[in-house]
Each structure stands twice: as C-alpha cells, then as structure tokens.
Write a protein that binds this ligand. Structure first.
Ligand SMILES: C[S@@+](CC[C@H](N)C(=O)[O-])C[C@H]1O[C@@H](n2cnc3c(N)ncnc32)[C@H](O)[C@@H]1O
Length: 184
C-alpha cells in the first residue's frame, strides 16, 4: 500500500464495528442499499460493506488522494478521485465519512495532514461535507460520521440534521464518536 494511504487505526475500527452492527439492519429494510464512502483510504469500509451484504455494484467511494483511489480500484471497488462531492453524482441511502478531524498541528508532516487535519479548528472539512451531503441523500437516507473530542463541537441541528450517537470510544487522549445523521 502506498505510504500516503491512511493505515486503519482506532477511528477506522470504530467505524467498522458500527458498520457490522448497522448494515444488516439497514439491509433488512432495503436490500438494494446504495452506499457512498467519502475518503475511502485503504478501502477497509468498502470491504466491510461487501462482507456485510451490500451488493458490490451498490458500493461507491471516493478519495482526494489518488493513491487511495488507485488502491481501492485494484481491490475491485468503484472509487473516484474527488474533493468531497465535487465529482459525485446520484443519491445514496447511506453516506459514510471518517474525516480528517484534527486541528492544524504545525509539527505534522504535509503528507499525513491530508488524512488527519480538518482545518484550524479541526471541523472545517466536516462542516463543508455536511453542507453538501444533504443533496446526495435519498429520502430517508442517513450519514455515519466520525467526530473527535479534539476538534470543535458541531451543531448538527443548526445544519439541518437530526443527530444520534451510535457508538463511541474513549481513547487515552480523545473520545471518538460515530453519529447517525438524518435530514430534519
Ligand atoms: C482518517 S482517513 C480515513 C480513511 C478510511 N476511510 C478509514 O476509515 O480508515 C481520511 C480519508 O479522507 C481522505 N480525504 C481527506 N480530505 C478529503 C476530501 N476533501 N475529499 C475526499 N477525501 C478526503 C483522505 O485522503 C483519507 O483517505
């Protein structure tokens, strides 16, 4: 795997666990569940979605890092190069994003910033994502999004989403949560 691709870590494993719990429930309601992952990285969640029963032709993904796109394509997944939704079209039942969520740290090397840094306060990329994501959700569609206690809190309601925490993990220095978001 190219060295710029995000190596799955605690945040990835938390998202994986949630997907293994939630995807079967979603498939019970809709066997043709259409999933989009923004920022697919190593493709870990695309593989989890497939083994959890999402039809491979219904799994879509993107990354801003061309090495990730290439890697996920080699794994056999539909993955395109895109900055958030720029090159995405269509609507999805489930959009997942384990974003870069940390506040800017000048000591961090540029190649890993793409994976980890969400902006000055940490939540800038997520805010941009949330403003656009609603246009790509099917009616009754939902988003699974990771946030970290190290970045500034997000007022989901103000952005037009009903939010529910569906899984959190306390690490040594931060608390990670997966949020289920639905359009209000
Ligand atoms: C924390 S990593 C998560 C990777 C993988 N989904 C996982 O959970 O292991 C964040 C991913 O988002 C990608 N990314 C960063 N900014 C992005 C943007 N503006 N649009 C699309 N992808 C982006 C990075 O290249 C990286 O692959």
């Amino acid at each position: 795997m190219h060295k710029s691709i995000y190596v799955p870590a605690e945040d990835s494993y938390l998202m994986s666990r949630i997907l293994k719990e939630q995807i079967p429930l979603l498939l019970n309601k809709n066997i043709n569940l259409k999933l989009l992952e923004i920022g697919a990285g190593s493709g870990i969640h695309l593989q989890t979605a497939e083994v959890s029963g999402v039809k491979k032709e219904n799994i879509f993904s993107s990354d801003i890092n061309k090495a990730s796109v290439n890697h996920c394509n080699i794994l056999g997944f539909n993955c395109i190069h895109s900055d958030l939704f720029k090159n995405i079209s269509g609507k999805f039942d489930l959009i997942i994003f384990n974003p870069p969520y940390l506040p800017d740290d000048l000591r961090e090397p540029p190649h890993s910033k793409l994976n980890t840094t969400g902006g000055k306060k940490g939540n800038e990329i997520v805010l941009k994502f949330l403003k656009e994501a609603r246009n790509y959700l099917e009616k009754n569609g939902e988003i699974f999004l990771i946030t970290s206690s190290l970045s500034e809190d997000i007022n989901f309601e103000k952005l037009g989403y009903k939010a529910r925490e569906i899984g959190c993990e306390k690490l040594f220095f931060e608390r990670l949560c997966v949020w289920e978001l639905k359009i209000i």
